[in-house]
Every structure is written in structure tokens, then in C-alpha cells.
Design a protein around this ligand. Structure first.
Ligand code: C2E
Ligand code: MG
Ligand code: MG
Length: 586
């Protein structure tokens, strides 16, 4: 309850519950004592009617005749009336002069007791004013015990009490509640720079914004200083809690007006969710606090979720998903290029574009195998895939404009991209915008991908071909065993998976497989590329078997675009120390 609600209860009407007409005269006389009376009287003769009225209308005070026939037990307010007047000053009137009777009336909820025979207008007026003031103070004290005076949000006591209640409610379904603990980043600087009044103003704004991030059934509290907490009572899943946390992050980060200036701050957030994140209010708050400190440690303006062992794997995934979602906007992806070399001539024919992720632009790299799967599950792959395609095509154009030879660029497609619809449209859009020669681009697909619905695949592949692109089957030999698709699909190149190349020097079976792939591929007029070539021995065997092209650490690891350009430049000038010409079996 905020202050607005608090003041709503204080109307200007006085309710008189009495069947004695003299009481009304007494009350009117008391009100006449006031030079400018702001009160009016509603006179009701039965408790029942009074209860109905109290439930519909607000009053500033209630006068009740305790001698009414239906007022039982002696001296006490009827229970229904008592609950309706819990927030109101009540003055009891009676003809009963027994002091015990008066005490009983006070004990049972009346603020004051007046003996009718001894009451004049003036006295009634005074008692009424006192009762109103006393009730106001009582109400204000109760409010202050549960709310924060500055922001009018719940305070820690009320937050904890509501959290306890929520835990009880959810005891059986074991779903939530969740605690979202916030601590503003850099609030001290605002206080230091603009003064405490300005700081207070900012805290009030933050409070309002946080209220806008949750549902009416949730609780927003200020726990002290610049610490806030949200109690999400019906948190159905971590995802739901995360979206509230993200909303809060975005909302707090909007600029504030502080003494005429724009100021921005952020917040760090720690999240705990029952039952894994704690089973009592105390545990949940403590664990959310621990997570909050991790959020501060990991650079602020972010959230962290408290994890026990049970949830950690799931949460790691969620965190990864969140970071991945932001990675594109923050330009954290980079394409590396790995040379593909002609076996016979040892000339550089092309490169495969391979994606890398540098979260937060730090030194730490995340390899595609750690995030492409998740990107596929969450359908982020379509936007990542579009970025890869666009970036690789633009790079090809940039190299050509820099006077470097127009080499072929291999671009990997993921299964979801292939089947998700919109692939050919995305490619057309990009090719319309980037002046790259389509035949310079080779899409790499896997066998499993194209074999799932061969009719659909055939349609898509033909459309891609019609746009002038080249097509390769990646990781060849590891997927579907039917080879009939090689006859039916318009594929140009087979890339032998590196698992066959790795042990081919010691394992005759592997060497036999590569030989078979090469022979078969050539009969079908496909170009054969061997992946993962690391040793001169592997290269020698592959050359003997007639493999057309190779790619692997023997030549080069995937390189940053600039390093690759240098590699390409050296190669054009015939001065390519990275290619071990002497190793080639002639
Ligand atoms: P891939 O398409 O088969 O790419 C070849 C992988 O083998 C690359 O791993 C490359 O770094 C690695 N490799 C190359 N030569 C050697 C070698 O001599 N020895 C060894 N041990 N490894 C070698 P990377 O970059 O980690 O990529 C892994 C996979 O991730 C790729 O396999 C591809 O399936 C996927 N991927 C990479 N970039 C993208 C992308 O932009 N989009 C999609 N959808 N998938 C991508
Ligand atoms: Mg590939
Ligand atoms: Mg491969």
C-alpha cells in the first residue's frame, strides 16, 4: 500500500451507528463547535446496515452505540464490524458506567469510550479529533514498518514476509518463487557528484521503472541504499525470470534527468529460484546476493543466476544462449579463413570460412562446435548464417579490390539453415547487395543434411545451383551411407572427413577408404578435397591416390582475414613460404 492508498481511507464522512436519536443531536452539536465543519454525518440504526455501508464507502470515523440490542458480547464490537473498522478510529458510546465495560470496549477495538450521560458536544468533538489523529499515527507507523519511506516500495521486512508466504504457497508445486536482487552500478558517483537529494530522486525513478518491469502480483522492494529486490511469485521457468531481469537491465539503463543533466547508470543482478536456489527466504536472498557479486565481478550491467550442482548445466546453457543472442549485435563474431591448396600445382585455390566467437571482444575464443548446435536449437542460426554469408562474400570482394586473386570461398551451412526456409531468399538478397561472383562461393553441406528429405533437398540444391553457387559435401564419409544422392544432386565437390585422413599412414583401412572415395568421386566427376591434412606423409599418400585438393594444418591453420590476405599476397608473388612445395610427391 502506498501513501495514496493510505490517504484514501480518510474520507470526510462520520458514521453514526445508533438507534438513539439523541446521539445524532449530540454529534451535530459537536460538529457545530467547528467554525468551518468539513464533516458530514451518516446515521445508521443497525449493525447489519452499517457493515454493508462500511464495505462500500470510506469514513473518517465511526461512532457506535454499544447499547444497541444486537451488540454482543457486552462491551465488544461485533466481529464483522471490527474487521471493517480495523483501519478506522472507532468511538464507543454507552450508558453503562461500569469502568470494566469501557475497558472491554477499548480492548475490543474502540479508540475511545464515552459515557453518554457525561458527554457534551465539546468533549465529543475533542475525543473525535484525538481518535482520528491517533489512528492516523498508528497507520503511519504500521506503514513505515513495512514500506520504504523514500520510494514507497516494500521494505525488507515486508519483502521477506511475502517471500515466506510465497514459499509456503509453492511448497507443493516446487515452482519458484524467484528472487531478483539488484544493486545499482555507480550510484555512489551520482551521489558524490550531484548530492544526496539528486541521488534520492534517481532512486525514486529506478523504483518506478522496476515496478513497470513486473506484474501486479509481484513485489518490488528497496532493501536499503541502492539495493532493490523483485519477488516473482509465479516464476514459471528460468526463462521467464531471465526475461524480467533483462527488462530490468534495459529499463534501469535508460537515461535519467538529474539536476538538469542526463545521467546513465546500470545495475547488476543476482537471481535465485526455489527450490534449487534456496528453500527459505533467507537462503534465497543470500544466494541471489552471491550471484549478484558474480555479476559485479563479470563486468556489471549483467545478471547471474545462483546455481546449485543440479541446475548448473541447464543454466550454463541459458547463459550461453543469452550471450550468443547478444553476440551478433555486439559484433563479437569473426570469420577465419583456412587455405585450400591444389595438390598437383601446390597453388592456393581457395579458403574455407570458419566462424569464431570472442565474447566481450576478449582474448577467449569460443569455437563453432561449442555454439553452432545451440544456435541451431534456438534458431539464432539463421541470423548468424546470414552474417557469415554476407561477411564472407564482402571479404571476397574486398580482397579482389585489393588486387588479390579471386579465390573460391567455402561457406558452411547448418542443417537448420538448409531446411529452415528462406535460405535461397537470403542468398539472393546478399548477392544482390554484394558484387561477388556467385561461382566464387562454395556452400558446404553435410550428407545427413541433404538426405533427410531428398525431394526437398534436390529442389533447394537446384535453386542454389541456379544462382551460380558451387556445392560441396562436407565431412564426406561420416554421414548417410547411401550414395545414390551423388548421382542425383548437383554437387561439385566432396570433402573427405579428417577422421579418415588422421590415421591413414598407419591404418590401411583408412587409406583404402580415402582411395575409394577419390576413385568413386572422380568417376562421378566430382572434385575431391581432403580435410585435416597435418603431415607430409598424409599429403604424399593423398597425392598418390589422386586427391585434387587438401586443407589442413600442414599448410596453415585458419587465419584472421588480414593474415590470410598476406598469405594470399605472398602466394601471388610466388613467394609463399607457408606452402611446403618440396613435400609434394611428384
Ligand atoms: P568443417 O566445416 O569440417 O571445418 C573444418 C574444421 O577442421 C575446422 O574446425 C578446422 O579448423 C579444422 N581443421 C582444419 N584443418 C585441420 C587439421 O589439420 N587438423 C585438425 N585437427 N583440424 C583441422 P572448426 O573451425 O573448429 O570448425 C568446426 C566445424 O564447425 C566446421 O567443420 C563446421 O562444421 C562448423 N562451422 C565452422 N564455421 C561455421 C559457420 O560459419 N557456419 C556453420 N553453420 N558451421 C560452421
Ligand atoms: Mg566445412
Ligand atoms: Mg569438414
Amino acid at each position: 500500500m502506498g501513501r495514496a492508498a493510505e490517504s484514501q481511507n480518510i474520507g470526510r464522512h462520520i458514521l453514526l451507528i445508533s438507534d438513539d436519536p439523541a446521539d445524532r443531536c449530540l454529534l451535530e452539536g459537536a460538529l457545530d463547535e467547528l467554525p468551518d465543519s468539513q464533516y458530514d454525518i451518516l446515521h445508521i440504526e443497525s449493525i447489519e446496515d452499517a457493515c454493508q455501508l462500511l464495505s462500500q464507502q470510506s469514513f473518517c470515523t465511526v461512532l457506535i452505540d454499544l447499547d444497541l440490542a444486537d451488540t454482543l458480547p457486552v462491551g465488544s464490537l461485533p466481529p464483522a464490524l471490527r474487521s471493517l473498522t480495523a483501519d478506522l478510529p472507532v468511538i464507543a458510546l454507552s450508558n453503562n458506567a461500569d469502568p470494566e465495560f469501557a475497558v472491554e470496549a477499548i480492548k475490543h477495538g474502540a479508540q475511545d469510550f464515552l459515557l453518554r450521560s457525561e458527554t457534551g458536544h465539546e468533549q465529543l468533538y475533542r475525543v473525535m479529533r484525538y481518535a482520528i489523529e491517533r489512528k492516523k499515527t498508528e497507520r503511519r507507523l504500521t506503514w513505515l514498518a513495512h514500506f520504504d519511506a523514500l520510494t514507497e516500495l516494500a521494505n525488507r521486512t515486508l519483502f521477506t514476509r511475502r517471500l515466506d508466504r510465497s514459499l509456503l504457497r509453492h511448497h507443493r508445486d516446487k515452482k519458484g518463487p524467484a528472487v531478483v536482487f539488484l544493486d545499482l552500478d555507480g550510484f555512489k558517483e551520482v551521489n558524490d557528484q550531484f548530492g544526496h537529494d539528486a541521488g534520492d530522486g534517481l532512486l525514486k525513478d529506478v523504483a518506478q521503472r522496476l515496478v513497470g518491469c513486473v506484474r501486479a502480483s509481484d513485489t518490488v522492494a528497496r532493501l536499503g541504499g541502492d539495493e532493490f529486490a523483485l519477488l516473482l511469485d509465479d516464476a514459471s521457468s528460468f526463462n521467464a525470470v531471465i526475461s524480467v531481469a533483462e527488462k530490468a537491465l534495459a529499463s534501469v539503463a535508460q537515461p535519467y534527468r538529474v539536476v538538469g543533466q542526463h545521467v546513465t547508470i546500470s545495475t547488476s543482478i543476482g537471481i535465485s529460484m526455489a527450490p534449487g536456489g534456496g528453500e527459505t527466504a533467507d537462503e534465497l536472498l543470500k544466494n541471489a546476493d552471491k550471484a549478484l557479486y558474480r555479476a559485479k565481478d563479470s563486468g556489471k550491467n549483467t545478471y547471474q543466476i545462483y546455481t546449485d550442482g543440479m541446475h548448473s548445466e541447464m543454466l550454463q546453457r541459458l547463459t550461453l544462449e543469452r550471450d550468443l543472442r547478444r553476440a551478433l549485435a555486439r559484433e563479437e563474431f569473426e570469420l577465419f579463413y583456412q587455405p585450400i591448396v591444389d595438390v598437383e600445382t601446390q597453388t592456393l585455390l581457395g579458403a574455407e570460412a570458419l566462424i569464431r566467437w570472442y565474447p566481450g571482444h576478449g582474448d577467449c575464443v569460443v569455437m563453432p562446435e561449442s555454439f553452432i548446435g545451440l544456435a541451431e536449437e534456438t534458431n539464432l542460426i539463421s541470423s548468424i548464417g546470414e552474417w557469415v554469408f554476407y561477411t564472407a562474400c564482402s571479404q571476397a570482394v574486398a580482397w579482389r579490390r585489393a588486387g588479390l586473386p579471386a579465390i573460391r570461398i567455402g561457406i558452411n551451412l547448418s542443417a537448420r539453415q538448409f531446411r529452415g526456409g528462406g535460405l535461397t531468399r537470403m542468398i539472393r538478397r546478399t548477392l544482390d547487395n554484394v558484387p561477388v561472383n556467385a561461382s566464387q562461393i562454395q556452400l558446404e553441406l553435410t550428407e545427413t543434411m541433404v538426405m533427410r528429405d531428398t525431394l526437398e533437398s534436390s529442389y533447394i540444391l537446384n535453386e542454389l545451383k541456379a544462382q551460380g553457387l558451387k556445392l560441396a559435401i562436407d565431412d564426406f564419409g561420416t554421414g548417410y551411407s547411401s550414395l545414390s544422392y551423388l548421382r542425383d544432386f548437383p554437387v561439385d565437390t566432396l570433402k573427405i572427413d579428417r577422421s579418415f585422413v588422421r590415421d591413414m599412414e598407419s591404418n590401411d583401412d583408412d587409406a583404402a577408404i580415402t582411395a575409394a572415395i577419390i576413385a568413386m568421386g572422380h568417376r562421378l566427376k566430382k572434385t575431391i578435397v581432403a580435410e585435416g591434412v597435418e603431415t607430409p606423409g598424409q599429403l604424399r599418400i593423398l597425392a598418390e591416390q589422386g586427391c585434387d585438393q587438401v586443407q589442413g594444418f600442414l599448410y596453415s591453420k585458419p587465419l584472421r582475414a588480414n593474415d590470410f590476405a598476406e598469405f594470399l599476397g605472398h602466394h601471388v608473388s610466388g613467394n609463399s613460404p607457408l606452402i611446403p612445395r618440396r613435400l609434394v610427391a611428384r
